[in-house]
Design a protein around this ligand. Structure first.
Ligand code: ATP
Ligand code: MG
Length: 370
């Protein structure tokens, strides 16, 4: 009998700051899981962000983009850092990441927010409020006021030198529909089958269109318990009683703000992964929600779990390997149960690990549970 070995080609973008450290650990975890589940990896590594500016004068070199297009999925750590702070907004490391999302048409950003029972004390919210939270924010990623034209800063005619600035909040029906469909389909796969769409339809034209399109789509998903909520109320409800939420669908700017707020339910940025999906034409992008953490970069102190959990989202959504994702998540749970912590989630009586040490503990747990 010959075991069937699956091969997967992944674009690996370590980026800047703590990126290379957490990506190293993540690739080791994937290699170990691969040996256990008969998966062979082809990791294609390329620079993005500041590393790419230094190497090629461009935060998203054409070689990096074409390598991403040839892969099944893109695994990215984080970009940016003080070294490149003085560049113009289009030349900065972050511009490379925005362009990558746009080029790969990654319009749906999925951010699962869950609590780890071992880390309840890491949240500033009361333990009984956050215990058992399991929600997922679906944030539209390639439209809204972040991309709408016209935008600018101009002198007001006859304004005696006074300037005004403007942005355009813009959504097309097709842009709303495609991200809403991702959210409804996702809700159908979850036990509670709830979807809350967040907008500001009492004030904004884009939100009125958003609400009408999403409500229309809700009619074709009778099994999904659908509701709409104004964004100001949603911000309040997220800390008042987060367990009421299952899938939260929202636009680019509201999603940006609400998902940072929601990260405090879990307690640490270092635990939160994300997936940026398109319609399947191009590979999806998987990355932790945190940045490059310049304050601890190069010190082997970072928590690699957000990056590892992003890889488990890749296993679920792009590679159809929930078995491997489950095994890796179980290894992380076991390591937390054993009391090992990185500095960002450290508390009294626990055992402090650096980035590579916690990585080794996860590898051991992954081998032991086999
Ligand atoms: P960005 O603008 O790229 O999102 P940011 O300014 O929000 O970046 P981060 O780089 O995310 O900042 O860091 C915010 C804080 O969280 C820093 O103190 C950083 O050290 C810490 N932090 C972020 N990620 C991690 C991690 N994986 N492990 C430990 N600490 C982290
Ligand atoms: Mg940030």
């Amino acid at each position: 009998l010959v075991a069937k070995v699956a091969r997967h080609r992944i674009a690996v973008l370590p980026g800047d700051g703590i990126g290379p450290e957490i990506m190293n650990v993540t690739l080791e975890v994937l290699r170990t899981a691969g040996r256990r589940f008969d998966v062979e990896w082809e990791f294609l590594e390329a620079p993005i962000g500041g590393a790419a500016i230094d190497a090629a004068g461009d935060p998203l070199p054409v070689e990096t983009l074409s390598l991403c297009r040839r892969a099944e999925a893109v695994l990215l750590a984080c970009v940016g850092g003080p070294k490149w702070d003085n560049l113009s907004s289009k030349q900065r490391p972050e511009a490379g990441l925005l362009r990558l999302r746009k080029e790969l048409e990654a319009f749906a950003n999925l951010r699962p927010v869950r609590t780890f029972s071992q880390l309840l004390d890491a949240s500033p919210l009361k333990s009984e409020l956050v215990a058992g939270v399991d929600l997922i924010i679906v944030r539209e990623l390639t439209g809204d006021v972040y991309f709408g034209e016209p935008r600018g800063i101009e002198f007001i005619p006859e304004g005696n030198g006074e300037r005004e600035a403007f942005n355009t909040m813009l959504y097309r029906e097709s842009e709303i529909d495609r991200v809403a469909k991702v959210a409804f389909e996702l809700a159908m796969t979850r036990p509670r089958r709830k979807l809350c769409s967040v907008d500001k339809a009492n004030v904004l034209e884009t939100s009125m269109l958003w609400r009408s399109r999403v409500s229309t789509m809700a009619a074709s998903y009778p099994d999904v318990e659908f509701s709409s909520m104004y964004v100001d109320n949603a911000a309040m409800q997220l800390v008042r009683y987060p367990k009421q939420f299952d899938v939260v669908l929202t636009g680019n700017m509201f999603g940006d703000i609400l998902s940072d707020e929601a990260s405090m339910i879990s307690g640490s940025l270092g635990m939160l992964p994300s997936a940026s999906l398109g319609d399947g034409t191009f590979p999806a992008i998987y990355e932790p929600i945190h940045g490059s953490a310049p304050d601890i970069a190069g010190q082997n102190k970072a928590n690699p779990m957000a990056c590892i959990l992003s890889a488990t989202l890749m296993l679920r959504y792009s590679l159809n390997r929930p078995d491997m994702a489950d095994a890796i998540e179980l290894a992380i749970t076991n390591v937390l149960d054993q009391g090992y912590r990185t500095a960002d989630i450290m508390s009294a009586g626990k055992r402090l690990c650096n980035c590579s040490e916690i990585g080794d503990k996860i590898l051991e747990a992954l081998q032991e549970s086999a």
